[in-house]
Write a protein that binds this ligand. Sequence first.
Ligand SMILES: C[S@@+](CC[C@H](N)C(=O)[O-])C[C@H]1O[C@@H](n2cnc3c(N)ncnc32)[C@H](O)[C@@H]1O
Length: 282
Amino acid sequence: MRGWNGSPYRGRSSTRRPGEHTVTEHAERLDGIARGWDEAAEGYEAYYVPRFAPWVEVAVRAIAGALPEGPVLVPCCGTFPELDVLIEYIGDREIVGIDLSAGMVRLATERAARHPRVSVIQGDASTLDPAWTGRCAAVVSVFGLQQLPEPDHAIASWAAALRPGGRLSVVYWPGTTEPDGPFARLAALLDPHDDSWESSLVPALTAQGTVLDRDDNPSFRMTHPDAATFFDAHTLSGPLRPLATSRGRSFITALRTAFLHRSPTGEWHHHPQARHLIAHKP
Ligand SMILES: C[S@@+](CC[C@H](N)C(=O)[O-])C[C@H]1O[C@@H](n2cnc3c(N)ncnc32)[C@H](O)[C@@H]1O
């Protein structure tokens, strides 16, 4: 599969598993990703947050209902669009967003400002601090998992944070999202990525003592004004910004030309499929 969603860990520059990189290489990669998302943050809020809203709604709705005591964690919260929906469904309780990017955390903190029980932490959500283990009522994450170095390890760490009765709801972009459309066409122009980790997610959840309730593929209509607007948003304000920052302007210019060459004109509609995993800890 190819890396349209921009996972910088599994692209051409690396044939090694993340665990095989040195500590310095790992830290440099995290810095690069954080910088890319810092630069994307304002544009992401304007372009993608409204377009991704139906998936956020589905992810949050899956944990609504009776929850045990404890905080709700939101790894890879970005600008924190999950927050307004969480408040609507679960009301007043401790909610904690975690994101790597200072730019994202700044916007998330603004969104959280009027909610005294909500906080945002800047940090790496791929392995949660052990202080969270067994404490949380729920973990909800949207479109962050596929960005992480070892998504199966990350989801195991999120499941370990649940207390008995706690729920997990994770939506991510799988390697294949659509047969045709802007995501598929962009992916076809990029180097293949290793998405073999996707088959390890359910075993990782069960190994942590959680029970899988659902594994499905929510799909909603997305509309882009035209191919060029999509490309520019995706590379300046979306999942390819970290790649664009690391590969430079000439790479993006060539990619843009190739992408627009065969793209349709006018408004572009598509129905990409995400993957949604819902589990609980008995
Ligand atoms: C596509 S955005 C999703 C944001 C939000 N959940 C939403 O649905 O709009 C992905 C987010 O993952 C964050 N991210 C990437 N790698 C991360 C890591 N290792 N730890 C924490 N956050 C990370 C990025 O900074 C970015 O804000």
